[in-house]
Design a protein around this ligand. Structure first.
Ligand code: FE2
Length: 278
């Protein structure tokens, strides 16, 4: 029988993975256990604290359903989502920066033609959004799939309104022959991430606020190009410096300007990396 103590147990667990057929899984589990044990030793984790941690993660799991993804919120608020995004989306000079995916994307959103109103009845100040989808060399990318989703004036996404039957303030468009797109929507508002669950408890316990600066979500894909997941943030927002999920990049901050005709407009071009770019 091996005599294991709080120092030797790490090697024993790492050794237990020696027969893992999947080399990448072996690498990840080995590193995870090594860091997890080092963490517990470093903070001298007590049994009560271990138990509180298990309870916290259990509550995070119980909070999840098909509309609420508390684990993504946890990852977002711990900066892990942005870290993984930044690491896996090195920005080629001139290409649009990526940011967090977030928990409010819905697959199968309604399709819209250019000029149509994706807000679909969501409450907010009307605006028009236009831009182009371009390759790094400035070549227009036609027929790119542009998914857009956003919060309404109350800071809520449609999926956060249980009584709502149709999709609101989300839609799918295709870029035209010159890479162009335009649609109507509403001006996005800053909003608190859902903070009535365990992630909210963590924010409160650490004197952090739950707010995200106003933004429009985009996911843009086209054959031959790396899919871009990003936001366009609204300039002047009070939370740009303290986004609860660490997603702001200055290149993604833009103006919604009111024109002489009284219409509020955003114009923003997206530049995609080629699929084989590092
Ligand atoms: Fe969002």
């Amino acid at each position: 029988v091996r005599e294991l103590n709080h120092e030797t147990i790490t090697d024993a667990v790492v050794q237990s993975f020696a027969g893992t057929p999947d080399a990448r899984l072996k690498e990840i589990l080995t590193s995870l256990v090594t860091h997890l044990h080092d963490f517990a030793r470093e903070v001298r984790l007590t049994e009560a604290e271990w138990s509180a941690g298990i309870d916290f993660l259990t509550r995070v799991g119980h909070m999840c359903n098909d509309k609420r993804q508390e684990f993504i919120l946890l990852s977002d608020t711990l900066g892990l989502s942005m870290l993984v995004t930044a690491m896996n989306n090195p920005t080629a000079k001139g290409s649009t920066e990526a940011t967090v995916f977030g928990p409010f994307h819905v697959a199968g959103a309604p399709h819209y033609k250019h000029g149509e109103d994706v807000s679909n009845g969501a409450v907010g100040t009307p605006c028009e959004v236009s831009g182009r989808v371009l390759a790094l060399d400035g070549t227009p990318i036609p027929d790119a799939t542009i998914e857009v989703w956003q919060a309404d004036d109350d800071g809520l996404y449609d999926v956060q309104r249980p009584d709502l039957e149709q999709a609101q303030a989300r839609g799918v468009l295709r870029s035209g022959s010159r890479g162009e797109f335009h649609f109507k929507s509403i001006v996005p508002s800053s909003y608190p991430i859902p903070h009535d669950g365990p992630v909210g408890d963590m924010l409160a316990a650490t004197n952090r606020h739950p707010w995200r600066p106003a933004h429009l979500h985009f996911m843009i894909s086209a054959p031959g190009y790396k899919t871009l997941v990003t936001h366009v943030f609204r300039s002047g927002d009070r939370y740009l410096e303290s986004d609860a999920v660490f997603g702001v990049r200055s290149s993604l901050v833009a103006d919604w300007n009111v024109g002489d005709d009284g219409i509020c407009r955003l114009n923003y071009d997206f530049v995609l990396n080629s699929a084989n770019a590092e």
